[in-house]
Design a protein around this ligand. Structure first.
Ligand SMILES: Cc1cc2nc3c(=O)[nH]c(=O)nc-3n(C[C@H](O)[C@H](O)[C@H](O)COP(=O)(O)O)c2cc1C
Length: 265
């Protein structure tokens, strides 16, 4: 089992200590886990400049693609990821938001349908749940099959000692994450995932190859064959969610009937 551990903060502080404890727990459950660490603070990824080349032409046209591609390769090679980021102003720190901006085109072209994640955030007092929810939502949007959340309130700037209660929480969530990975259990997507998937599926028709505002999204949905699917093949979907997805798709088709997403040519 391969796990990518992403350090999504600017320093190794409280959040990283919690992530290390999670890693210890997982190693106790299985000593064979292959770990890879990614420290965003070591990479110096320049700020996303908003050129939208990733959305329009493809992510390989991003001016920072070399760095971003390496991160994507690390995700591709893993069975699951642990993403650890502190809470800054009730959300992720800028260094994490910058990575998310670089890869959020994948919300339009989701992948990673069999991968699992555990997101961790620590906060001084409030906001860690908001941060993990935001991270989990983003990962689900780019296709991740299941995402566990570990928000922790520390009352500390840099000297957090893990309390017995949080230790128990860490043990519980590490076990759940491990079992989900080990048994390769595939979960049905939530309504919150089916909505963007099917709206973007419908929207992709407006930018399919040969259309006036042809874009990478249009090519992707056609090429992958997802344009005819309510969700990715192989992922369980109860009939009521299939109906819901179809409805979302129809809404997108009528909303984008006489509309295209334009850009300067
Ligand atoms: C820039 C900055 C913003 C912060 N924003 C919040 C906040 O919104 N809510 C909060 O309760 N604590 C906040 N804190 C405190 C941190 O979330 C808390 O100390 C956290 O455990 C730090 O994790 P770290 O040691 O991994 O960086 C903030 C700290 C910094 C440096």
């Amino acid at each position: 089992m391969k796990i990518l551990l992403v350090d999504g903060g600017p320093r190794k502080g409280n959040t990283w200590n919690i992530a290390m404890k999670v890693r210890d727990e997982l190693n106790k459950l299985s000593p064979d886990i292959e770990w890879k660490e990614l420290h965003l603070s070591d990479i110096n990824l320049p700020l996303c400049i908003g050129c939208s080349m990733c959305f329009r032409k493809g992510h390989s046209y991003c001016p920072h693609n070399e760095m971003v591609q390496e991160i994507l390769n690390s995700i591709d090679e893993s069975d699951g990821i642990i993403y650890a980021a502190p809470t800054y102003n009730l959300s992720v720190p800028a260094i994490s938001k910058n990575l998310i901006d670089h890869i959020c085109y994948a919300l339009h072209r989701p992948r990673y349908f069999t991968k699992k994640a555990l997101v961790i955030s620590s906060t001084g007092g409030v906001g860690a749940s908001k941060t993990t929810k935001y991270l989990a939502g983003t990962l689900a949007g780019i296709g991740f099959n299941h995402c566990f959340q570990l928000p922790v309130s520390t009352s500390s700037w840099n000297a957090y000692q893990i309390s017995p209660k949080v230790k128990q929480k860490i043990e519980r969530i590490s076990k759940k994450f491990y079992l989900d990975l080990a048994f390769k259990k595939l979960h049905a997507p939530s309504f919150g995932v089916l909505i963007p998937f099917n709206l973007i599926r419908g929207m992709s028709i407006t930018c399919r190859p040969g259309s006036e505002y042809e874009a990478a999204d249009g090519t992707f949905w056609q090429q992958e064959g997802y344009v005819d699917q309510v969700y990715a093949p192989g992922i369980p979907l109860p009939f009521y969610k299939k109906l819901f997805g179809k409805l979302m798709y129809q809404i997108a088709i009528s909303a984008f009937k006489n509309k295209a997403v334009t850009y300067k040519k």
